[in-house]
Design a protein around this ligand. Structure first.
Ligand SMILES: [Zn+2]
Ligand SMILES: [Zn+2]
Length: 410
């Protein structure tokens, strides 16, 4: 009797525990889409999975609660009732013969998302599917400014119509030929009195050990489908090219294994002027090497030689880097000016304590172009100026070098 009361109390308690708002529990708004709900479940069920939080009662309860919240919100009818009447309405509905939830075991639900037996593949002897690697290209602008974006990949997913059983009616029978083992042992007689045992894959069930009478109309009994899946991508400021980002258990799914990891390599896309105003910056064409940026600035002969010029370069976030020289300041061709603090933000895997935001340098290489066309009077003017000053105190590199003049050869 005492035990019964104890059990009853435990039940009531667990009811009270589960009474946290489903939307809040999944971190969703009331207008969350089916996709949002699925995504929230994927993220949170992995986070609170008991295999990842051994001996943590709190995490276990969360894991159960997240499954319950998911099953309610993903079901249109249950969600409507929940939205109108809350937890109590939902309980009443379930008791009153409403369609019971498809799952009762939160591990079953987890399995229908990530495959295997509903547990993680780490240790445990659980089979684990292969990892999947993809390259995602983002422009340099995103590496500089940081960005929340997303990408879509196509992958093998567990068929949600039949929840990975392959059966239209949920009916899966054990193969009567192999007894569910998927293999058959045959005795072959090699010679009188000499036998050999040979193990072969059961051809009646194709090694599955199971038979389905009515195949699922969506996956045709294969238990999996190919479908696109969109992931959020958080590009952090200054992340290096080729940085590896891991999405746990988001690779190809199969009921036969726990999904492996999806590994994303972040690469830089070719520079391209965007369509929006803030994307049309000089910075689009910066080249990056590690924490430094490189830019080539063109000067006319007059500017390089006489000075008195200004350039405004729009950086990747739109701020202006001003380059200038006063009159009389000469810039030799191919000079590189290093401007500290105008390079890439320096990225840390983990920010060291007390570290402040720091940047690399911007390297500006000056290219000087000489005029290849001159109006006749202008050419005359220049010529006479040169002539005048050359005679006075000009340097003659040929004469001063001590090398023979062309006339000496004759
Ligand atoms: Zn199916
Ligand atoms: Zn069989």
């Amino acid at each position: 009797m005492l035990l019964r009361i104890g059990l009853l109390l435990a039940c009531l308690l667990s009811l009270a525990l589960c009474a946290e708002d489903f939307y809040k529990l999944l971190g969703l708004n009331k207008d969350a889409s089916e996709r949002d709900i699925k995504k929230a479940y994927r993220t949170l069920s992995k986070k609170y999975h008991p295999d990842k939080n051994p001996n943590d009662k709190g995490a276990h309860d969360k894991f159960v609660a997240v499954a319950e919240a998911y099953e309610c919100l993903i079901d249109e009818e249950q969600r409507r009732i929940y939205d109108q009447y809350g937890h109590e309405g939902l309980e009443q509905h379930k008791r009153g013969g409403g369609r019971p939830g498809q799952h009762h075991d939160p591990f079953d639900l987890f399995r229908s998302f990530f495959g295997g037996s509903g547990h993680f593949g780490h240790g445990g002897g659980e089979r684990r599917g292969p990892n999947m690697e993809v390259r995602v290209a983002v422009p340099l602008r995103d590496f500089y400014n940081g960005r929340e974006t997303e990408f879509t990949i196509e992958k093998q997913a567990i068929c949600s119509t039949c929840e990975g059983t392959g059966s239209a009616d949920g009916q899966v029978d054990t193969c009567n030929v192999c007894g569910g083992r998927g293999v058959r042992i045959q005795r072959q007689q090699l010679a009188p009195g000499l036998f050999q045992q040979v193990q072969t894959t059961c051809d009646a069930c194709g090694g599955q050990g199971k038979k389905i009478k009515h195949a699922c109309p969506v996956c045709h009994g294969s238990r999996v489908v190919r479908e696109p899946e969109t992931h959020e991508l958080h590009v952090e400021r200054g992340m290096p090219r080729g940085v590896r980002i891991t999405y746990e258990n988001e690779a190809d799914e199969s009921p036969d294994w726990v999904a492996g990891d999806l590994i994303v390599y972040l690469v830089e896309s070719d520079p391209q002027l965007g369509t929006e105003e803030h994307e049309k910056t000089d910075g689009t064409f910066f080249r990056r090497r590690g924490k430094d940026l490189f830019w080539r600035e063109v000067l006319s002969l007059r500017e390089a030689w006489m000075g008195d010029w200004t350039r405004n370069i729009t950086h990747l976030d739109g701020h202006i880097v001003q380059l200038s020289r006063k009159r009389g300041e000469v810039v030799q061709p191919n000079t590189v000016e290093v401007i500290e603090g105008q390079g890439m933000p320096i990225w840390y895997q983990e920010l060291p304590e007390g570290a402040e935001e720091a940047y690399g340098a911007l390297h500006v290489e000056y290219v000087v172009v000489l005029p290849d066309q001159m109006e006749k009077p202008m050419e005359k003017d220049f010529w006479s100026v040169w002539d005048k000053w050359r005679k006075k105190k000009g340097v003659d590199l040929l004469k001063d070098s001590g090398r023979p003049t062309p006339h000496d050869e004759l």
